[in-house]
Design a protein around this ligand. Structure first.
Ligand SMILES: Cc1cc2nc3c(=O)[nH]c(=O)nc-3n(C[C@H](O)[C@H](O)[C@H](O)COP(=O)(O)O)c2cc1C
Length: 224
């Protein structure tokens, strides 16, 4: 099993609840499946560039203009995305670790998503076939921590919705979420209990992840 772990948190693990969830998740997963191939991407070490006009042209012109040839500058604008896409397309499972910042994903994670969801790299797109994945990711595990508490479908939670819909677009429907909520000690007296519950949940989701069936889905035969 190949696992890609992308982390968007500048804090050290001792000070970061979401990174502690990642430690609990991987501790269990590696105990159950010591043979997993794990690739770690710390976005603060491998910073994604913001989307540029050159990248826009490199990614989307070939979709809309048959035979479009990239200029040298356009080719170079895809360097970060191409390198990340290689790891992404090799992965069976994607793990995303982050805090909630201003009700959404940290900007550095959004910049990475903008790079990775690139036609020609992780999916193809055409009028005839719609969106077709080039990756083989079966499941995403989202490890998140927030100061506040958000019930399911809380309007303020832009984070889990964005992750769900962005990756659904390229064919990944399975999203498992472990959420340490109420982590602000100013407002919640039970933040330690909430964290302990989330750490347990992280280990449980790791058990489920270890059981994921990696058999490739057979392409449906075209109707006669
Ligand atoms: C810049 C910033 C913005 C934040 N915005 C929110 C927010 O919108 N909602 C919330 O519940 N908590 C918010 N928080 C609190 C963090 O989500 C919370 O402290 C979380 O536990 C941090 O995770 P970490 O310990 O892994 O860094 C914010 C914290 C920071 C630093």
């Amino acid at each position: 099993m190949n696992v890609m772990h992308v982390c968007a948190n500048p804090k050290p693990t001792e000070e970061s609840v979401s990174k502690q969830l990642a430690a609990a998740f991987f501790g269990k997963l590696i105990e159950l499946k010591p043979e997993i191939e794990l690739v770690n991407v710390d976005l603060y070490d491998e910073k994604p560039p913001f989307y540029s006009f050159e990248l826009y042209r490199a990614a989307w012109n070939p979709v809309f203009q048959e035979g479009y040839e990239l200029s040298k500058v356009e080719e170079m604008s895809m360097n970060y995305a191409s390198k990340q896409a290689e790891m992404f397309n090799d992965a069976d499972v994607l793990v995303l670790t982050m805090p909630m910042w201003n009700y959404g994903v940290p900007a550095i994670m959004k910049a990475w998503i903008d790079q990775i969801l690139c036609p020609g790299l992780t999916f193809t797109m055409s009028k005839e076939d719609g969106v077709k994945p080039l990756h083989k990711i079966k499941s995403i595990v989202l490890l998140v921590s927030s100061g506040g508490v958000y019930k399911e479908d809380d309007d303020r939670d832009a984070l889990s919705r964005q992750i769900r819909h962005a990756f659904e677009f390229i064919g990944i429907d399975d999203l498992e979420i472990v959420w340490a909520e109420g982590q602000s000690p100013l407002f919640f007296n039970d933040c330690e209990e909430s964290k302990a519950m989330a750490l347990e949940a992280a280990a449980e989701i790791a058990e489920d992840t270890a059981e994921i069936d990696l058999t490739p889905v057979a392409e449906e035969a075209p109707a006669e």
